[in-house]
Design a protein around this ligand. Structure first.
Ligand code: PFF
Length: 471
């Protein structure tokens, strides 16, 4: 087992590398694929505001808590929680957070790799000129053809899972980290250019309004349709989804950030790192929204067209801009890298646990965990074709939707709730004080209040509200 100041899995060489890796984990399909499509499904502005509130009041404080637990425990999330419950003389039941995180990781990777597979398919299609001059109908048709073929989806799902396994087997800190330092800023610049394109060629005013005009009366309603013809019904679902997405996009509630926190140097500031990571993540999501919705409206598409949204809109932009063939290829390559640097963190908790508590080698652990996620992922592949029919759905959701809903909207927030309660009540104030080493007492007190009361109560209220609405 590692000592107090070093993890047996290795350490980040500096705080900057930790921030880069964690931004790599946070920024991924959640920002560029999921944020726009769920914002479209849940009606725009009101949803975005709830999401931003969740990031600030729940996400940021819990990210600080996860990093501090990781650094204190210096092991896989399960071993860390075991160690800290002993150190803090609290109930071993808190270790459940670690186990539920491992489970959530399997569920998430099992659909994440399928969507990353779509991006891989578009890399090759774009490079071959498949998007040149494409119309909105053509883009819809192309996407439909892709997801309609389970063989193609299975192929790319397999390729992406293997990519994830290979990097995790070699250790998270080698190789990919260096690549991410260059590729993340490149993705950022690319998004800025896409926003520029949307500004000139899209219906920017409408896209902007859709994202930022907040009609609070709709916050607790589920609205579908276009802004002119909205069809709304009362339900707590959008709020649950907005909160779930705050966890998903920041990689919180399942130990991924705790696992990365275990490799953080002793004296690095956790607060500063957290704010940087949360800000970068939020800006990328908003830019993605600004790039996509103006094209959605200019092309007469439905904002609520679901998981295919970016794959049906961005190709229209690439297909009709000068140099779009290469620009589009590069964009999808960068999207794949963003997904790759996230997927490795999704299985890191499980792999690190098999290594430090079960004595497996990293290679075998990575193959076992990735292999199982791959197997469960076949259900996600089939959700878009053979098993898309109603007879294969539960509560009106396909296997893909169910896995996403269960993991993102239920397991991650519950994991986050337990983490907040453990730090705030299960362990002592002294532990947090030592790890955060915030020099300004007031700032620490504010965080301490938020982590003990505001974040947990917020999570509970959102859940109760949805139970009321569903019931
Ligand atoms: N944060 C990633 C994204 O936005 O794409 C997804 C993710 C990574 C979720 C790691 C959970 C996790 F532990």
């Amino acid at each position: 087992m590692g000592s107090r100041s070093a993890s047996m899995h290795g350490m980040w060489s500096s705080r900057a590398v930790f921030i880069m890796a964690t931004v790599g984990s946070a920024v991924g399909l959640g920002n560029i694929w999921k944020f726009p499509y769920i914002t479209g499904e849940y009606g725009g502005g009101a949803f975005v505001v709830v999401y931003l509130i969740c990031i600030a009041l729940i996400g940021v404080p819990i990210m600080m808590a996860e990093i501090l637990l990781g650094r204190r425990g210096r092991a896989s999330p399960i071993a860390t929680m075991k160690r800290l419950t002993r150190e803090q003389h609290s109930s071993p039941l808190w270790t459940l957070v670690g186990y539920s995180g491992v489970l959530a990781g399997f569920l998430i990777l099992s659909f994440y790799s399928v969507i990353a597979g779509w991006a891989l398919a578009y890399v090759f299609d774009s490079a071959a000129g498949g998007l040149n001059g494409i119309t909105a109908d053509g883009a819809g048709q192309k996407f439909g053809d892709l997801v309609g073929s389970w063989q193609t989806l299975l192929l790319w799902h397999t390729v992406f899972t293997l990519m994830t396994i290979v990097v995790v087997a070699r250790g998270v800190k080698n190789g990919l980290e260096r690549a991410v330092t260059v590729l993340m800023p490149a993705l950022f610049i690319m998004l800025l250019i896409m926003v520029g394109y949307a500004f000139i060629e899209g219906d920017f005013a409408r896209g902007f309004g859709f994202l930022f005009n907040t009609d609070f009366s709709k916050v607790f309603q589920l609205c579908t349709g276009t802004p002119e013809a909205l069809n709304c019904e009362f339900t707590g679902e959008p709020v649950v989804v907005a909160m779930g997405h705050a966890f998903f996009t920041l990689s919180l509630g399942m130990g991924a950030i705790m696992a990365y926190g275990a490799y953080v140097p002793d004296h690095a500031s956790i607060t500063g790192a957290t704010l940087t990571i949360a800000l970068a993540d939020t800006v990328v999501a908003l830019l993605a929204g600004l790039a996509i919705f103006p094209i959605v409206f200019a092309s007469g598409l439905e904002p609520s067209s679901g998981p295919g949204l970016i794959f049906q809109t961005l190709p229209i932009a690439f297909g009709n801009m000068p140099g779009g063939q290469w620009f589009g290829t590069l964009f999808f390559v960068l999207l794949v890298f963003a997904a790759w640097s996230s997927s490795i963190s999704i299985i890191e908790p499980a792999v690190a646990w098999l290594v430090d508590s079960r004595g497996w080698t990293r290679g075998v652990a990575a193959f076992a965990v990735g292999g199982l996620a791959w197997l469960i992922g076949i259900g996600s592949v089939l959700s878009f074709n053979l098993w898309s029919g109603e007879e294969y759905q539960l509560f009106g959701k396909t296997i893909f939707d169910l896995k996403d809903f269960l993991a993102s909207n239920i397991m991650l927030p519950l994991g986050g709730l337990l983490i907040a309660l453990f730090v705030g009540f299960g362990a002592g104030r002294q532990m947090a004080l030592e790890e955060l080493s915030i020099s300004r007492q007031r700032l620490f007190d504010a965080w301490w209040f938020v982590i003990r009361f505001v974040s947990p109560v917020g999570i509970v209220i959102v859940f109760l509200n949805s139970i009321k609405a569903f019931g």
